[in-house]
Design a protein around this ligand. Sequence first.
Ligand code: ARG
Length: 633
Amino acid sequence: AVMADPPEAQFQKLHIDQPDLPDCFPALNPLDAYRIHISNTLSELSDVQPKTIYLALQRTSILDKGDLLLPVPALRIKGEQPNVLATRWADQFPESTLVSKPIVDGSFLQFHFKPSALVKKVIPAILQNRTGWGSNPLLGLKDVKDPSKGRKRVVVEFSSPNIAKPFHQGHLRSTIIGGFLSNLYEAAGWDVVRLNYLGDWGKQYGLLALGYKMHGDDKALEADPIHHLYEIYVKINTLLAEERKEIEQLEKEGKDATKIRNEGLDEQARKYFKAMCDNDPEAISMWKKFRELSIQRYKEAYKRLNIRFDEYAGESLVQEASMQNAQDQLGNKGLVEESQGAAIVDFSKHVDGKAGKALGKALIRKTDGTSLYLTRDVGALFERNDHYKFDQMIYVVATDQELHLKQLFKLVELTGHDDLRSRISHVSFGLVLGMSTRRGTVVFLDDVLRDVGEKMHEVMRKNEVKYAQVADPVKTADILGISSVMVQDMSGKRINNYRFNMDTMTSFEGDTGPYLQYSHARLNSILIKAGLPASDIESANLDLLSEPHAVNVVRLIATFPDTFLNSLKTREPTTILTYLWRLTHAINSSYDVLQVVGSEREVMKARVALYDAAKSVINNGMRLLGLTPLDRM
Ligand code: ARG
């Protein structure tokens, strides 16, 4: 009876029986519909539970291996050889309108989707849903069966640069990866809070304020706060270094350095910071101004990267009471000890073995009562937990702060907040090597973006004919430049280091940002040239898409919702990017075979529908990554 149903009816049936399977959404993810079909069919002839089969089915890495793969050993059937089972099941598996007879590959079964049903399921679904296709807003529901229970909330803390200091490679990566994760969770229906936790507190900022009193210029500050504050920061740190040398020299010669110790810059900075901590109005108002002006500037750069924040938090905003509360909790558990007037936690005494040793000792309070980076992080975490009531919080921070975050998480655990501990995680990433700008090796985000924009402009100028057709070359070059940087950053696994290479990243050849943009823009220009009305595209006879090139493109676009889900698991931008490379390669090699202009009209309609759907998928993938897809370039 199943065989007699037309494919639409079969899919319909699969949708209605909303199965009790994890992350299974046959109405949104075509692969899920096939998984259900295959596991039900195979269950009937194998006596294995459909759910067991469903969970064992895998995606394939290359289309030659089929669309879904069943590793028979994963079913853990006793007594029979997996390859024998595979052969028997393949023989008995009834061919349907949805899938061909499976192919045996050792102890694997390969399932190949039948083109006709697949094409008619996938292309119309994309053309109807467009920007929403691939994502799944149901994933963020607290309870899929009862949407009235609301959505889950995730706080993504990312970027978090330090005022008056360079926006270095670590901040750039945090910004790119954090922006991506925020988009991803949003597309998965979560309520996302984008949080920027500025480095804006500590003794160095007492020093900066002193420096401003000596060398500051209000006009220069207004005009370019980031660079002006940095200048002052460098100057005052040079003076401080000299002071330290002087003390060292005096003490070496057996002379008295008490006067400098008591009245020098270092001590003044400490006092100034103490005044900031004690809410001294003058110290605070100056501080607020630095902060506000810097944030304004950051916002401009973030905007170019398609990033916005819901909140600019910062170390300076953590309440003394929350830090005290954290310290009290640690004290009550007997974790805090005094060491030369300061409060410390010695992890090796509370955590066994190597792990405890690796965590070492952490300073919680200085002798003068001021807080530290770690103390502020614990306080901030408790505040966020109360304020946002998040289901998840993600810290997007470079791997060189691994120890710091491990200490933070351990403190949460040691104070008995196991539930809170289970809701926080560290998404870490490696270094960018050799990042410098034309102005020097100290990096500011603005300078990097300007440099790559200029470089892209040079690259574009080399093709005079094309260049003449671009409406706004400067803007286009800017977007291409940003895409270059971002794509290079997201290409590998997060944890890998990579070398910042302006020439490679701005090339149109290889898997680069410009290549991705080109692939998108080329599809767009094909659609424009064809100039078909929407009604023609929607009513196209999709059975005309029978060439292997066309079918393979459809097979790939069909897997986008699954890739989306997978990227939520890996939290890796490269999961999306690797997918986009497969897809763009398949599309770019299909143009010679699947011509549009000049083809017979019905064929043309079907191909336009295919390219239109493919363009939507690339567009959705690019926007998830935080890129701005270009229609022309
Ligand atoms: N501002 C810090 C830095 O630049 C990064 C902050 C990371 N986040 C945190 N919660 N500690 O090193």
